[in-house]
Design a protein around this ligand. Structure first.
Ligand SMILES: Nc1ncnc2c1ncn2[C@@H]1O[C@H](COP(=O)(O)OP(=O)(O)OP(=O)(O)O)[C@@H](O)[C@H]1O
Length: 285
């Protein structure tokens, strides 16, 4: 599999009054044209990993890495203006709640048209046509009506599909989705995932799918990185997750409810302090 992105020895640190918080501690992984899941409990460093790839860590946060290479070009070396061109055009990110990402005082149509014109410098009528095509691609049935609506008029699932449509306008090679469906109810979650899946397959993109939901990731992704305390503790093919070896992964699996074998009590994950200090697993293909 050809490598789109290669990350080596990535750290994210936050200097605080009480010392430095190390949110990500020297992780290495690569991404090909695949669906790569990143799972782990709250605070394990999943979101910071996604944001660091796009250099979107707010000061005083610091990103350090031997490299974050996109087709061999080290993103760590780029100027901020060159990095802006990478964001959106080559790598896009979909966040958890679309309401925070969409502009509340602009219609959906104007936002998509603007995003398209920024990218392709096309005429307004061309951009409008493209916007409608994009909305149809994410299964929005009445795109003309949706174009005239404001973000607050959209349901969560609809808003998330619109965000995905916007992120895909420049045809990025990599999509980073940070808990993209966790605010949605289960049936809408399924629809959004299948749309994303189809787009990734049709366009041959690489997808980084960040989630705390091990079940979801194992069904939706090809490969899974399991993060604990800022490190990768294990990497698995998604369909072999049940064979995972690390006690943390086994603990996460054991604490999932199962319909086929219901138990009165779920296992409680017992953490071993040694997991924190074990070296990060290399997850490069
Ligand atoms: N501005 C900050 N200052 C200090 N520490 C921070 C800051 N931002 C994040 N962190 C720390 O970084 C760690 C990793 O955060 P991150 O958001 O990546 O976790 P996560 O695995 O995505 O969790 P969640 O599922 O809750 O989003 C956390 O322990 C958090 O406290």
């Amino acid at each position: 599999m050809s490598t789109l992105l290669d990350v080596k020895n990535l750290w994210v640190k936050f200097p605080t009054r009480n010392g430095v918080v190390e949110a990500v501690r020297g992780i290495s992984f690569s991404l090909g044209k695949e669906r790569l899941g990143i799972v782990g409990e709250s605070g394990s460093g999943k979101s910071m990993t996604g944001r660091a790839i796009l250099r979107l860590i707010r000061p005083p946060g610091i990103i350090e890495a031997d490299h974050i290479s996109l087709h061999g070009q080290n993103l760590m070396d780029l100027s901020e203006s060159k990095m802006r061109a990478v964001r959106g055009q080559k790598i896009s990110m979909v966040m958890q709640d679309p309401k925070f990402s969409l502009n509340p005082v602009m219609t959906i149509g104007d936002q998509i048209i603007e995003a398209h014109r920024l990218h392709a410098k096309s005429s307004r009528s061309e951009a409008r046509k493209k916007a409608i095509e994009m909305l149809e691609a994410v299964s929005i049935r009445d795109p003309e009506r949706v174009m005239k609506a404001y973000p607050h008029e959209m349901s969560g699932g609809m808003g998330q599909r619109i965000m995905i449509a916007m992120m895909l306008i420049p045809n990025p090679e990599i999509l980073i989705a940070d808990e993209p469906t966790s605010a949605l109810d289960v049936s809408v979650q399924g629809q959004v995932l299948s749309i994303m899946d189809k787009l990734v397959k049709d366009r041959g993109m690489g997808l980084i799918f960040i989630s705390h939901d091990l079940n979801l990731v194992s069904q939706f992704c090809d490969r899974v990185l399991i993060m604990y305390a800022g490190r990768i503790v294990e990497v698995c093919e998604a369909d072999k997750l049940h064979e995972a070896q690390h006690p943390y992964t086994r603990g996460l699996l054991g604490s999932l409810p199962r319909f086929d074998a219901p138990r009165a009590r779920l296992d409680v994950l017992q953490r071993d302090p040694a997991w924190r200090d074990a070296p990060s697993v290399e997850a490069r293909t």
